[in-house]
Structure formats: C-alpha cells, structure tokens
Write a new protein. Structure first.
Lengths: 336, 110
C-alpha cells in the first residue's frame, strides 16, 4: 500500500509538471510509472481514479462537467480491468501447463530411454532430438540373451504429445515380445496388428527394424514404409540406399513384410534416420538425400557417436537452430 | 502457405483440384472436404495433385482416412498428376500399393 501511496504523490507531481511544461522528462516519468503499475497489478480503473484524484487536488475549481466526464471514463475502464485479471489467470495457467508438459517430457525420456549395447565389433552412434518438448521419433537398441542386437527406428505421423503417446505404446508392445531375438519381419507384423487396432484412421507409424548377428556379421532387416537409410560399403567407398519395401504400420491389419539381409565387412557402415533429417529445409529449399550423405562423409572418420553429433550440429545450424521436425540418426560401423 | 481446394462433380465422379501445400495446418481442411465426398456408393473421387508442391506425413494420413472411408461406402479414390517429390512419399511409405495412383491421367479433360 505504501508504494502505491508514494506513486499517487509522484503521479500528481508528474502530471502537474507536464501540464505546466509539456516536457519530455515528465513523459518519461509517466512511462516509468505505468511500468510499475503493471508490475504491481494495478487495474486500469484504479489508474483513472488516481488521475481524477490528482487532478482534483491540483485544480480544486475544476468544472463539474469535466468531473462527470472523468467518472464516466472510470466506469468504461472496469471491463478492461476484468480482462486484465483474466489475462493474469491465463498466464498462470499457461505456466502450469508448460510445467506439466515438461514433466511429461521428462517421463517420456525415462520411459523411452535405451542404452547402447556393448558390441565388440560394432561402433554405435545415436542421436535423437525432438523439435518440440516431446519426441515423436523413437529408437530402441537391445541385446538379446543369445547376443543378437535388435535396432529399431520409428517415426510417428505428426509431432508433439499425440505422437509421443503413440510411441510409448510401441515401446511397451516391443518389450512384451517374449523373444528379443525375433526376426525383423515378425516384429513388424506383430507391431502392425497392435498399431492397427489401437490408433485412429489416418494415424500411422513408420519403422525400420534390424537384427545384427555378431557371429556371422549379418544384418537382417525389414521396413514398414520408413525413410530409407544408407549403407556404406568400405571396400568400394560407396554409399547406397538401403532398399526395403513395406507398408507403414497401422493401415492394413494383415500386411506381410519382406525381410532382407546384408553382409557387413570391416569398415562398413549402416546409417539409419528419420525424415526429420531429410526434411530439413535450408532457406525454404529442401536438402537432397545426396547432401545428407555429403555431410556424413565429412565426419565419417570420427567415432560413430561423434559423427552423429557433428551431423546433427550441421543441420541444426542450417535451420538456424530451430528444428522443424524430430531428428534421429543412428550409425553402426563394423570395426573388425 | 495455404491450400486451395476446388471441387467439381461430373457423372458419378468428383474431381478435386488442390493447389498449395498439404501439411499439419492445411490437412484438417482437406480431410473435412474429402470425407463427405466418399459417401456415395459407386462414385469415384479423383484428386488432382498437380499444383501440390509439398506434402508431409499428415497429408498421407488424410489420404489413408479417405481410402478407408471409400472402402466402407463402396466408392473409390484415385490420385492423379503427382509431383515427383509427392509421389516419392507414397512410394517410400508403401501406400502406392494400396492407393490408386494414376500418373498419366490428365484429370481436367477426361
């Protein structure tokens, strides 16, 4: 209350000085005082009231028409006051929501967390960054009891919270499979049935699933409409698209998936990604898949984790540090 | 970027011309326009995508919903004049296997 009283005195002085001189200094003072009003939640009608009192004290002989007019103004300000209070409440609610979403995002991070398995002959690098708070991309690496490595990359249509909820479903379904060394084809076929039953029409998920066997260095894989990855063939020093066809998950309940196989040799790389990588736009123009390969080439001499980090940084810079879509990139390199 | 939708009806056929971008912002409008056009049994819904330069996965979602609706109502849907970039999306996702895509048809003069 004390500060507001002070302001009343101050306001009156400023007003007087302005009426007498019309100088810039008192206008600047008015600007400062209005900032302090906002900070202290003073409503518009209170300011008008302050104005009336000041002016009456300054000019006790003020004619009664002006007095009535000022009271009229006071009345018209009341709705603005209510709107302002509403705005304050909304702001508080928004902060509340924001913190709830960030809690959900943290939960999702814990829920969907995957640890990179230790495989003697494979150098594995993984990066997955959401465009907004919650990630609609999903990746999962798992080592089965018999030493096989399962690698999943998935992307759900859309972004944000609905996408993230959908991904949790995928994670639980995958964990409920009794056998972690299930064939990629079988995994996609089971997941497809789960997704088809549980999502609304028009929602779908793309997924690439691979199973690596360290004993014979063979990679079996299948794709459910997922953005094709790349295969680096070290001996020839060539990058090729990983060819795999298959319908996205969630559209048709009895879809069959083809399974393919790759023989990995020393120095070969398997590059898996989501369309957040290839859908990057540079000044409105889309980058081509060849450009993605160029960037990977540039950093391919680094350890796999360092490579994916640098590639991400490159595209983040390209888009002025504002991702348009969730970004996931996985590199597997055969060491031995 | 906006999406303009123009619908004409001609002997058991709806011809829908799209012009613009199909993304998270425009796809709801597209869905709301296309779904009611699937309800008449025996009708064909022809969607001309010649003026669509960009489409993202939410656009694919719309066409999946519409496809499912045509199956229920015993109508059908054909997409024509797809730009390379858009056609590639249908190919990667395998949706070209279940959605009628006619690359040669010039919708207007048919």
């Amino acid at each position: 209350m004390e500060t507001i009283k002070l302001d009343l005195k101050h306001y009156k002085e400023l007003l007087k000085s302005y009426i007498e001189t019309q100088d810039e200094k008192s206008l600047y003072g008015a600007e400062q005082i209005s900032k302090s009003f906002i900070k202290n939640n003073i409503l518009p009608e209170e300011i008008v009231n302050l104005h009336i009192q000041s002016i009456i004290e300054l000019y006790p002989d003020l004619n009664k028409e002006i007095r009535h007019a000022m009271n009229f103004l006071l009345e018209t300000m009341i709705s603005y006051g209510l709107a302002h209070q509403e705005y304050q409440t909304l702001r508080e609610k928004q902060l509340e929501l924001k913190s709830e979403i960030s809690i959900a995002a943290n939960m999702q991070e814990t829920l969907l967390a995957t640890t990179i398995p230790n495989v003697e002959d494979l150098d594995i690098g993984v990066i997955s960054v959401p465009a907004h708070q919650m990630n609609g991309d999903y990746h999962h690496l798992v080592k089965s009891n018999d030493g096989l490595i399962g690698i999943a990359v998935a992307d759900v249509i859309g972004k944000g919270i609905p996408a993230a909820l959908c991904m949790s479903m995928i994670k639980y379904s995958m964990e409920s499979f009794p056998d972690q060394s299930m064939k990629p084809k079988a995994i996609l076929e089971s997941l497809n049935r789960v997704v088809e039953r549980n999502v609304e029409a028009g929602m779908f998920i793309t997924m690439f699933y691979a199973l690596y066997n360290p004993t014979d260095s063979k990679l079996q894989y299948a794709s459910a409409g997922h953005e094709p990855g790349f295969y680096y063939y070290a001996e020839q020093d060539t990058y090729n698209e990983i060819d795999a066809k298959g319908l996205v998950l969630g559209v048709s309940p009895d879809t069959n998936y083809n399974q393919y196989e790759l023989q990995l040799h020393q120095g070969d790389m398997v590059i898996l990604l989501t369309d957040g990588v290839t859908e990057c736009r540079n000044n409105g123009k889309f980058i081509e898949r060849e450009e993605v390969i160029e960037v990977i080439k540039k950093y391919a001499h680094l350890p796999a984790q360092e490579t994916v980090n640098q590639v991400y940084k490159h595209f983040e810079r390209l888009q002025n540090f504002q991702l348009k879509d969730d970004f996931t990139l996985i590199i597997l390199r055969k060491n031995v | 970027m906006n999406l303009d939708i123009n619908v004409t009806e001609n002997s058991e056929k709806y011809l829908v011309h799209l012009s613009g971008e199909i993304d998270a912002y425009t796809s709801q409008k597209l869905k709301d326009t296309l779904l009611p056009l699937t309800k008449k049994k025996g009708y064909t819904l022809v969607v001309d995508l010649e003026q669509v330069n960009y489409m993202d996965s939410t656009g694919l979602g719309v066409f999946i919903s519409v496809l499912k609706a045509t199956k229920e109502a015993e109508s059908s849907m054909t997409l024509i004049n797809l730009k390379e970039r858009v056609r590639k999306l249908f190919k990667i996702t395998g949706l070209d296997q279940i959605i009628n895509i006619n690359l040669d048809e010039r919708g207007v003069n048919d």
